[in-house]
Design a protein around this ligand. Structure first.
Ligand SMILES: Cc1ncc(COP(=O)(O)O)c(C=O)c1O
Length: 472
Protein backbone atom coordinates (compact mmCIF):
# COMPACT_ATOMS: atom_id res chain seq x y z
CA UNK A 1 0.00 0.00 0.00
CA UNK A 2 1.28 3.44 -0.93
CA UNK A 3 1.36 6.03 1.83
CA UNK A 4 2.40 9.06 -0.18
CA UNK A 5 1.80 10.61 -3.54
CA UNK A 6 2.61 13.72 -5.47
CA UNK A 7 0.02 16.48 -5.88
CA UNK A 8 1.00 18.56 -8.86
CA UNK A 9 4.67 18.88 -8.11
CA UNK A 10 4.13 18.68 -4.33
CA UNK A 11 5.10 15.45 -2.61
CA UNK A 12 2.74 14.77 0.22
CA UNK A 13 3.03 12.13 2.84
CA UNK A 14 -0.33 10.64 3.86
CA UNK A 15 -1.17 7.50 5.72
CA UNK A 16 -4.67 6.48 4.83
CA UNK A 17 -4.37 3.59 7.31
CA UNK A 18 -5.31 -0.10 7.10
CA UNK A 19 -7.48 -1.48 4.31
CA UNK A 20 -10.60 -1.53 6.47
CA UNK A 21 -11.71 2.01 7.18
CA UNK A 22 -9.45 3.46 4.52
CA UNK A 23 -11.94 6.13 3.56
CA UNK A 24 -12.00 7.60 7.04
CA UNK A 25 -8.21 7.15 7.21
CA UNK A 26 -7.81 9.15 4.00
CA UNK A 27 -10.16 11.86 5.29
CA UNK A 28 -8.24 12.10 8.53
CA UNK A 29 -4.91 12.30 6.72
CA UNK A 30 -6.18 15.03 4.38
CA UNK A 31 -7.69 17.05 7.24
CA UNK A 32 -4.41 16.88 9.13
CA UNK A 33 -2.41 17.95 6.08
CA UNK A 34 -4.74 20.93 5.53
CA UNK A 35 -4.83 21.99 9.18
CA UNK A 36 -1.07 21.91 9.68
CA UNK A 37 -0.49 23.76 6.44
CA UNK A 38 1.20 21.06 4.37
CA UNK A 39 -1.64 21.46 1.86
CA UNK A 40 -1.93 25.18 1.28
CA UNK A 41 -5.21 26.91 0.38
CA UNK A 42 -5.75 26.77 -3.37
CA UNK A 43 -3.78 23.55 -3.88
CA UNK A 44 -5.49 21.38 -6.50
CA UNK A 45 -5.95 17.76 -5.44
CA UNK A 46 -5.49 14.94 -7.93
CA UNK A 47 -8.61 13.66 -9.63
CA UNK A 48 -10.33 10.84 -7.80
CA UNK A 49 -9.40 8.59 -10.70
CA UNK A 50 -5.69 9.42 -10.51
CA UNK A 51 -5.58 9.16 -6.75
CA UNK A 52 -7.44 5.86 -6.81
CA UNK A 53 -4.73 4.44 -9.03
CA UNK A 54 -2.00 5.95 -6.92
CA UNK A 55 -3.31 4.66 -3.61
CA UNK A 56 -4.68 1.40 -4.99
CA UNK A 57 -8.13 2.29 -3.66
CA UNK A 58 -11.56 2.24 -5.28
CA UNK A 59 -12.35 5.46 -7.12
CA UNK A 60 -15.69 5.69 -5.28
CA UNK A 61 -13.92 5.65 -1.92
CA UNK A 62 -11.80 8.64 -2.95
CA UNK A 63 -14.80 10.50 -4.34
CA UNK A 64 -16.72 9.92 -1.09
CA UNK A 65 -13.78 11.14 1.01
CA UNK A 66 -13.51 14.28 -1.14
CA UNK A 67 -17.27 14.88 -0.86
CA UNK A 68 -17.13 14.54 2.91
CA UNK A 69 -14.31 17.11 3.17
CA UNK A 70 -16.17 19.45 0.81
CA UNK A 71 -19.15 19.19 3.14
CA UNK A 72 -16.91 19.98 6.11
CA UNK A 73 -15.43 23.02 4.37
CA UNK A 74 -11.86 21.72 4.02
CA UNK A 75 -12.15 21.36 0.24
CA UNK A 76 -14.09 23.06 -2.49
CA UNK A 77 -15.29 21.39 -5.67
CA UNK A 78 -15.20 23.62 -8.75
CA UNK A 79 -16.78 22.51 -11.94
CA UNK A 80 -14.02 22.23 -14.50
CA UNK A 81 -11.28 23.09 -11.97
CA UNK A 82 -11.39 19.94 -9.87
CA UNK A 83 -11.08 19.80 -6.11
CA UNK A 84 -9.15 22.53 -4.30
CA UNK A 85 -8.05 23.10 -0.72
CA UNK A 86 -10.35 25.75 0.79
CA UNK A 87 -9.18 28.94 2.54
CA UNK A 88 -8.85 28.19 6.22
CA UNK A 89 -10.82 30.14 8.77
CA UNK A 90 -8.69 32.06 11.27
CA UNK A 91 -6.98 29.81 13.78
CA UNK A 92 -9.15 29.88 16.92
CA UNK A 93 -6.13 29.25 19.17
CA UNK A 94 -3.29 31.71 18.51
CA UNK A 95 0.09 30.05 18.09
CA UNK A 96 2.42 31.30 20.80
CA UNK A 97 5.32 33.17 19.20
CA UNK A 98 8.65 33.72 20.89
CA UNK A 99 9.45 37.19 19.66
CA UNK A 100 11.85 39.95 20.63
CA UNK A 101 10.57 43.51 20.87
CA UNK A 102 10.11 45.02 17.43
CA UNK A 103 12.53 47.65 16.15
CA UNK A 104 11.82 51.20 17.27
CA UNK A 105 10.65 53.62 14.56
CA UNK A 106 13.86 55.63 14.96
CA UNK A 107 16.45 52.94 15.51
CA UNK A 108 19.58 54.22 17.26
CA UNK A 109 20.28 51.07 19.21
CA UNK A 110 24.04 50.61 19.45
CA UNK A 111 26.05 47.87 17.82
CA UNK A 112 23.98 47.63 14.66
CA UNK A 113 25.42 48.31 11.22
CA UNK A 114 23.24 49.66 8.41
CA UNK A 115 21.73 46.38 7.27
CA UNK A 116 20.35 47.96 4.11
CA UNK A 117 23.93 48.63 2.98
CA UNK A 118 24.85 44.93 2.87
CA UNK A 119 26.80 44.49 -0.40
CA UNK A 120 24.31 42.07 -1.93
CA UNK A 121 25.62 42.08 -5.50
CA UNK A 122 29.27 41.58 -4.54
CA UNK A 123 28.32 38.90 -1.99
CA UNK A 124 26.22 37.09 -4.61
CA UNK A 125 29.14 37.28 -7.05
CA UNK A 126 31.49 35.88 -4.40
CA UNK A 127 29.05 33.10 -3.69
CA UNK A 128 28.79 32.27 -7.39
CA UNK A 129 32.57 32.04 -7.63
CA UNK A 130 32.72 29.95 -4.46
CA UNK A 131 30.13 27.54 -5.84
CA UNK A 132 31.89 27.28 -9.18
CA UNK A 133 35.19 26.44 -7.51
CA UNK A 134 33.77 24.14 -4.84
CA UNK A 135 34.27 20.41 -4.85
CA UNK A 136 31.67 18.04 -3.41
CA UNK A 137 33.25 18.38 0.05
CA UNK A 138 31.95 21.96 0.17
CA UNK A 139 28.52 20.51 0.78
CA UNK A 140 29.65 18.62 3.83
CA UNK A 141 30.43 20.32 7.16
CA UNK A 142 34.08 21.33 7.40
CA UNK A 143 36.12 18.24 8.23
CA UNK A 144 38.65 20.43 10.03
CA UNK A 145 37.05 21.73 13.26
CA UNK A 146 38.90 25.01 12.70
CA UNK A 147 36.75 25.69 9.62
CA UNK A 148 37.51 25.82 5.92
CA UNK A 149 41.15 26.40 5.04
CA UNK A 150 40.19 28.75 2.18
CA UNK A 151 38.70 31.18 4.69
CA UNK A 152 41.42 30.76 7.29
CA UNK A 153 44.07 31.58 4.71
CA UNK A 154 42.28 34.74 3.66
CA UNK A 155 41.67 35.73 7.27
CA UNK A 156 45.32 35.23 8.20
CA UNK A 157 46.30 37.69 5.43
CA UNK A 158 43.54 40.14 6.23
CA UNK A 159 44.04 40.20 10.01
CA UNK A 160 47.78 40.63 9.66
CA UNK A 161 47.44 43.42 7.13
CA UNK A 162 44.50 45.33 8.61
CA UNK A 163 44.60 44.62 12.35
CA UNK A 164 48.25 43.78 13.02
CA UNK A 165 47.36 40.28 14.23
CA UNK A 166 50.20 37.76 14.20
CA UNK A 167 48.90 34.43 13.01
CA UNK A 168 48.91 31.55 10.60
CA UNK A 169 45.84 29.82 9.17
CA UNK A 170 46.30 26.78 11.42
CA UNK A 171 45.77 28.91 14.53
CA UNK A 172 42.52 30.43 13.32
CA UNK A 173 39.20 28.89 14.38
CA UNK A 174 36.09 29.97 12.52
CA UNK A 175 33.02 30.27 14.71
CA UNK A 176 29.40 31.40 14.52
CA UNK A 177 30.11 35.00 15.50
CA UNK A 178 31.99 36.27 18.53
CA UNK A 179 29.11 35.04 20.68
CA UNK A 180 29.96 31.45 19.86
CA UNK A 181 33.68 32.14 20.09
CA UNK A 182 33.22 33.41 23.64
CA UNK A 183 31.06 30.39 24.46
CA UNK A 184 33.78 28.06 23.14
CA UNK A 185 36.45 29.90 25.10
CA UNK A 186 34.40 29.77 28.32
CA UNK A 187 34.00 26.01 27.99
CA UNK A 188 37.63 25.53 27.02
CA UNK A 189 38.92 27.49 29.99
CA UNK A 190 36.44 25.80 32.33
CA UNK A 191 37.66 22.40 31.13
CA UNK A 192 41.21 23.53 31.92
CA UNK A 193 40.18 24.36 35.47
CA UNK A 194 39.49 28.09 35.20
CA UNK A 195 37.15 29.39 37.88
CA UNK A 196 36.66 33.02 36.94
CA UNK A 197 36.66 35.08 33.77
CA UNK A 198 36.67 38.82 34.39
CA UNK A 199 34.77 41.12 32.05
CA UNK A 200 34.71 44.88 31.67
CA UNK A 201 32.10 46.93 33.52
CA UNK A 202 30.47 48.71 31.84
CA UNK A 203 30.09 46.00 29.23
CA UNK A 204 27.51 44.14 27.17
CA UNK A 205 25.22 42.18 29.51
CA UNK A 206 24.49 39.45 26.97
CA UNK A 207 28.20 38.65 26.68
CA UNK A 208 28.42 38.21 30.46
CA UNK A 209 25.45 35.84 30.22
CA UNK A 210 27.24 33.74 27.60
CA UNK A 211 30.25 33.29 29.86
CA UNK A 212 28.03 32.55 32.87
CA UNK A 213 26.34 29.76 30.92
CA UNK A 214 29.68 28.01 30.44
CA UNK A 215 29.82 27.37 34.16
CA UNK A 216 32.63 29.73 35.14
CA UNK A 217 32.12 32.67 37.45
CA UNK A 218 31.94 36.05 35.73
CA UNK A 219 34.23 38.55 37.46
CA UNK A 220 34.55 42.26 36.81
CA UNK A 221 37.19 44.65 35.52
CA UNK A 222 36.63 48.35 36.16
CA UNK A 223 36.83 50.80 33.25
CA UNK A 224 37.81 54.46 33.32
CA UNK A 225 38.61 56.99 30.61
CA UNK A 226 41.77 55.05 29.71
CA UNK A 227 39.89 51.79 29.26
CA UNK A 228 40.06 48.69 31.44
CA UNK A 229 41.89 48.86 34.77
CA UNK A 230 43.78 45.61 34.70
CA UNK A 231 44.64 45.96 38.40
CA UNK A 232 40.98 45.35 39.27
CA UNK A 233 40.80 41.87 37.67
CA UNK A 234 41.54 40.15 40.98
CA UNK A 235 42.51 36.51 40.72
CA UNK A 236 40.70 35.92 37.43
CA UNK A 237 41.97 33.16 35.13
CA UNK A 238 41.13 35.22 32.06
CA UNK A 239 40.07 38.78 31.25
CA UNK A 240 37.93 39.86 28.33
CA UNK A 241 38.84 43.26 26.93
CA UNK A 242 37.70 45.52 24.07
CA UNK A 243 41.06 47.26 23.53
CA UNK A 244 40.44 49.02 20.21
CA UNK A 245 37.23 50.68 21.37
CA UNK A 246 35.86 49.96 24.81
CA UNK A 247 32.24 48.87 24.61
CA UNK A 248 30.32 51.04 25.49
CA UNK A 249 32.63 53.85 26.74
CA UNK A 250 34.15 54.35 23.30
CA UNK A 251 37.77 54.78 24.39
CA UNK A 252 40.84 52.85 23.25
CA UNK A 253 42.86 51.00 25.86
CA UNK A 254 45.72 53.28 26.91
CA UNK A 255 49.20 52.03 25.89
CA UNK A 256 50.19 51.67 29.58
CA UNK A 257 47.11 49.51 30.15
CA UNK A 258 47.90 47.43 27.08
CA UNK A 259 51.33 46.77 28.55
CA UNK A 260 49.72 46.03 31.94
CA UNK A 261 47.38 43.47 30.37
CA UNK A 262 50.26 41.61 28.75
CA UNK A 263 52.30 41.80 31.98
CA UNK A 264 49.33 40.42 33.92
CA UNK A 265 49.05 37.49 31.50
CA UNK A 266 52.79 36.76 31.62
CA UNK A 267 52.94 36.93 35.42
CA UNK A 268 49.75 35.01 36.25
CA UNK A 269 49.51 32.62 33.30
CA UNK A 270 46.10 34.16 32.65
CA UNK A 271 44.52 34.53 29.22
CA UNK A 272 43.58 37.84 27.63
CA UNK A 273 40.58 37.58 25.32
CA UNK A 274 40.60 40.49 22.88
CA UNK A 275 37.13 41.30 21.55
CA UNK A 276 37.91 43.27 18.39
CA UNK A 277 34.28 43.70 17.37
CA UNK A 278 34.57 46.99 15.47
CA UNK A 279 38.29 47.69 15.23
CA UNK A 280 38.00 48.53 11.52
CA UNK A 281 35.87 51.57 12.27
CA UNK A 282 38.15 54.38 13.39
CA UNK A 283 37.54 57.75 11.84
CA UNK A 284 40.08 60.41 12.60
CA UNK A 285 43.30 58.50 13.02
CA UNK A 286 44.82 55.19 12.05
CA UNK A 287 43.10 52.19 13.57
CA UNK A 288 44.48 51.00 16.89
CA UNK A 289 46.30 47.74 16.14
CA UNK A 290 45.32 44.54 17.86
CA UNK A 291 46.75 43.87 21.31
CA UNK A 292 47.38 40.33 20.10
CA UNK A 293 50.11 41.70 17.83
CA UNK A 294 52.13 42.55 20.92
CA UNK A 295 51.52 39.34 22.85
CA UNK A 296 50.38 36.52 20.59
CA UNK A 297 51.37 33.89 23.15
CA UNK A 298 48.93 35.19 25.80
CA UNK A 299 46.10 36.74 23.80
CA UNK A 300 43.15 35.09 22.09
CA UNK A 301 42.11 37.49 19.37
CA UNK A 302 38.41 37.45 18.43
CA UNK A 303 36.95 39.11 15.35
CA UNK A 304 33.56 39.09 13.70
CA UNK A 305 31.80 39.92 10.44
CA UNK A 306 28.87 41.33 12.42
CA UNK A 307 29.78 45.03 12.30
CA UNK A 308 31.66 45.02 9.00
CA UNK A 309 29.03 43.07 7.07
CA UNK A 310 26.06 41.61 8.90
CA UNK A 311 25.28 40.11 12.31
CA UNK A 312 22.96 37.73 10.47
CA UNK A 313 25.87 35.96 8.80
CA UNK A 314 26.97 34.56 12.15
CA UNK A 315 30.63 34.46 11.12
CA UNK A 316 33.47 35.16 13.49
CA UNK A 317 37.00 33.96 14.11
CA UNK A 318 39.38 33.27 16.94
CA UNK A 319 43.15 33.43 16.74
CA UNK A 320 44.32 31.04 19.42
CA UNK A 321 47.72 30.64 21.12
CA UNK A 322 49.14 27.17 20.43
CA UNK A 323 48.88 26.02 24.04
CA UNK A 324 45.07 26.46 24.03
CA UNK A 325 44.34 25.21 20.55
CA UNK A 326 43.87 21.48 21.16
CA UNK A 327 41.59 22.05 24.14
CA UNK A 328 39.54 24.55 22.20
CA UNK A 329 39.18 22.22 19.22
CA UNK A 330 38.09 19.39 21.53
CA UNK A 331 35.23 21.65 22.65
CA UNK A 332 34.56 22.91 19.15
CA UNK A 333 34.46 19.57 17.34
CA UNK A 334 30.75 18.91 17.81
CA UNK A 335 28.19 18.80 15.01
CA UNK A 336 25.78 21.15 16.76
CA UNK A 337 28.43 23.90 16.79
CA UNK A 338 29.31 23.70 13.09
CA UNK A 339 29.36 26.83 10.90
CA UNK A 340 27.87 26.74 7.38
CA UNK A 341 30.50 25.77 4.82
CA UNK A 342 29.18 27.78 1.89
CA UNK A 343 29.17 31.05 3.82
CA UNK A 344 32.78 30.41 4.84
CA UNK A 345 33.77 29.85 1.22
CA UNK A 346 31.83 32.91 0.12
CA UNK A 347 33.54 35.13 2.69
CA UNK A 348 36.90 33.75 1.56
CA UNK A 349 36.10 34.78 -2.03
CA UNK A 350 34.75 38.13 -0.85
CA UNK A 351 37.99 38.91 0.99
CA UNK A 352 40.20 37.60 -1.82
CA UNK A 353 38.52 39.91 -4.35
CA UNK A 354 39.17 42.96 -2.15
CA UNK A 355 35.45 43.37 -1.54
CA UNK A 356 35.73 43.39 2.26
CA UNK A 357 38.28 46.22 2.17
CA UNK A 358 36.14 48.15 -0.30
CA UNK A 359 32.95 47.64 1.65
CA UNK A 360 34.51 48.63 4.98
CA UNK A 361 36.07 51.72 3.41
CA UNK A 362 32.72 52.80 2.01
CA UNK A 363 30.91 52.07 5.28
CA UNK A 364 33.56 53.98 7.24
CA UNK A 365 33.02 57.11 5.13
CA UNK A 366 29.25 56.86 5.47
CA UNK A 367 29.38 56.31 9.23
CA UNK A 368 31.88 59.13 9.72
CA UNK A 369 29.55 61.48 7.91
CA UNK A 370 26.66 60.42 10.14
CA UNK A 371 28.78 60.83 13.24
CA UNK A 372 29.83 64.33 12.17
CA UNK A 373 26.19 65.32 11.59
CA UNK A 374 25.17 63.90 14.96
CA UNK A 375 27.96 65.68 16.81
CA UNK A 376 27.30 68.99 15.02
CA UNK A 377 23.56 68.90 15.57
CA UNK A 378 23.85 68.08 19.27
CA UNK A 379 26.48 70.80 19.78
CA UNK A 380 24.19 73.32 18.09
CA UNK A 381 20.89 72.46 19.73
CA UNK A 382 21.70 70.61 22.95
CA UNK A 383 25.13 71.86 24.04
CA UNK A 384 24.50 70.74 27.63
CA UNK A 385 24.76 67.12 26.47
CA UNK A 386 28.39 66.02 26.04
CA UNK A 387 29.15 63.70 23.17
CA UNK A 388 31.92 61.22 24.02
CA UNK A 389 33.57 58.22 22.41
CA UNK A 390 33.33 59.67 18.94
CA UNK A 391 36.66 58.50 17.49
CA UNK A 392 35.64 54.96 16.61
CA UNK A 393 32.89 52.41 16.37
CA UNK A 394 29.26 52.64 15.38
CA UNK A 395 28.02 54.53 18.43
CA UNK A 396 28.64 57.50 20.70
CA UNK A 397 28.06 57.95 24.39
CA UNK A 398 26.09 60.96 25.56
CA UNK A 399 26.80 62.36 29.02
CA UNK A 400 23.67 64.01 30.35
CA UNK A 401 23.84 67.04 32.69
CA UNK A 402 23.90 65.85 36.31
CA UNK A 403 21.21 68.34 37.36
CA UNK A 404 18.66 67.49 34.65
CA UNK A 405 16.36 64.52 34.08
CA UNK A 406 18.17 61.22 34.64
CA UNK A 407 19.01 58.63 32.01
CA UNK A 408 15.93 56.52 32.82
CA UNK A 409 13.59 59.45 32.33
CA UNK A 410 15.42 60.54 29.20
CA UNK A 411 15.33 57.10 27.66
CA UNK A 412 11.63 56.81 28.49
CA UNK A 413 10.85 60.11 26.73
CA UNK A 414 12.88 59.01 23.71
CA UNK A 415 11.02 55.68 23.67
CA UNK A 416 7.70 57.53 23.68
CA UNK A 417 8.92 59.46 20.63
CA UNK A 418 9.84 56.18 18.95
CA UNK A 419 13.61 56.66 19.39
CA UNK A 420 15.48 53.54 20.52
CA UNK A 421 18.78 54.06 22.41
CA UNK A 422 20.43 52.32 25.36
CA UNK A 423 21.10 53.88 28.73
CA UNK A 424 24.47 53.48 30.43
CA UNK A 425 22.92 51.80 33.45
CA UNK A 426 22.10 48.80 31.26
CA UNK A 427 25.83 48.07 30.96
CA UNK A 428 26.75 48.61 34.60
CA UNK A 429 26.60 46.33 37.62
CA UNK A 430 28.06 46.21 41.14
CA UNK A 431 30.61 46.97 42.34
CA UNK A 432 30.76 49.48 39.50
CA UNK A 433 27.08 50.38 39.26
CA UNK A 434 27.66 54.08 40.01
CA UNK A 435 28.04 56.10 36.84
CA UNK A 436 27.27 59.55 35.46
CA UNK A 437 23.92 59.61 33.66
CA UNK A 438 24.36 58.71 30.03
CA UNK A 439 23.00 57.15 26.88
CA UNK A 440 24.58 55.09 24.12
CA UNK A 441 23.44 56.07 20.65
CA UNK A 442 24.18 53.86 17.66
CA UNK A 443 24.16 55.97 14.54
CA UNK A 444 24.84 53.18 12.04
CA UNK A 445 21.54 51.35 12.38
CA UNK A 446 19.16 53.54 10.31
CA UNK A 447 19.16 53.27 6.57
CA UNK A 448 20.81 56.17 4.73
CA UNK A 449 17.37 57.49 3.79
CA UNK A 450 16.08 57.29 7.37
CA UNK A 451 19.10 58.84 9.05
CA UNK A 452 18.12 62.53 8.81
CA UNK A 453 14.66 61.92 10.26
CA UNK A 454 16.06 59.69 12.97
CA UNK A 455 18.65 62.27 13.96
CA UNK A 456 15.98 64.96 14.08
CA UNK A 457 13.76 62.80 16.32
CA UNK A 458 16.67 62.25 18.74
CA UNK A 459 17.86 65.85 18.84
CA UNK A 460 14.34 67.31 19.13
CA UNK A 461 13.54 65.10 22.12
CA UNK A 462 16.86 65.84 23.83
CA UNK A 463 16.44 69.57 23.19
CA UNK A 464 13.07 69.39 24.93
CA UNK A 465 14.79 68.10 28.08
CA UNK A 466 18.22 69.71 27.91
CA UNK A 467 18.08 72.45 25.27
CA UNK A 468 18.88 76.06 26.12
CA UNK A 469 15.18 76.82 26.58
CA UNK A 470 14.35 73.68 28.57
CA UNK A 471 13.09 74.21 32.12
CA UNK A 472 15.92 73.88 34.66
C1 LIG B 1 31.12 44.18 22.53
C2 LIG B 1 30.67 43.27 21.43
N1 LIG B 1 31.49 42.33 20.98
C3 LIG B 1 31.15 41.52 19.97
C4 LIG B 1 29.94 41.61 19.36
C5 LIG B 1 29.65 40.77 18.15
O1 LIG B 1 29.01 39.63 18.41
P1 LIG B 1 28.72 38.59 17.24
O2 LIG B 1 29.94 38.39 16.43
O3 LIG B 1 28.35 37.36 18.00
O4 LIG B 1 27.58 39.11 16.43
C6 LIG B 1 29.03 42.53 19.82
C7 LIG B 1 27.70 42.61 19.21
O5 LIG B 1 26.80 43.27 19.64
C8 LIG B 1 29.42 43.40 20.87
O6 LIG B 1 28.60 44.35 21.31
Amino acid sequence: MRSSWAIGDVDLYLEPGPVRGRRSGLERALRAAIVDGRLAPGTRLPSSRALAVDLAMARNTIAEAYAQLVAEGYLIARRGAGTLVAERPADPVPVPVYARPSAPRFDLRPGRPDLSAFPRARWAAAQRRALAAAGPDAFWPSVDPRGRIELRERLADYLGRVRGVRTRPDRIVVCAGYAQGLFLLGHTLAARGARRIAMEVPGMPFLRDIVARTGVEVGTVAVDRHGARIDTAGDADAIVLTPANQSPMGVPLHPDRRAAALRWAAETGGVVIEDDYDGEFRYDRHPVGALQGLGAEHVVYAGTASKMLSPGLRLGWLVVPPYLLDDLLAVRDRPELAVGTLDQLTLAEFIAAGDLDRHVRRARLAYRDRRDRLVAELARRVPAVRVCGIAAGLQVRLELPEDGPGEEETRALLARRGVGVHRMGWYHLPPYAEHPPGLVVGYAAPTAAAFAGTLEALVAALAELFGPKAAP
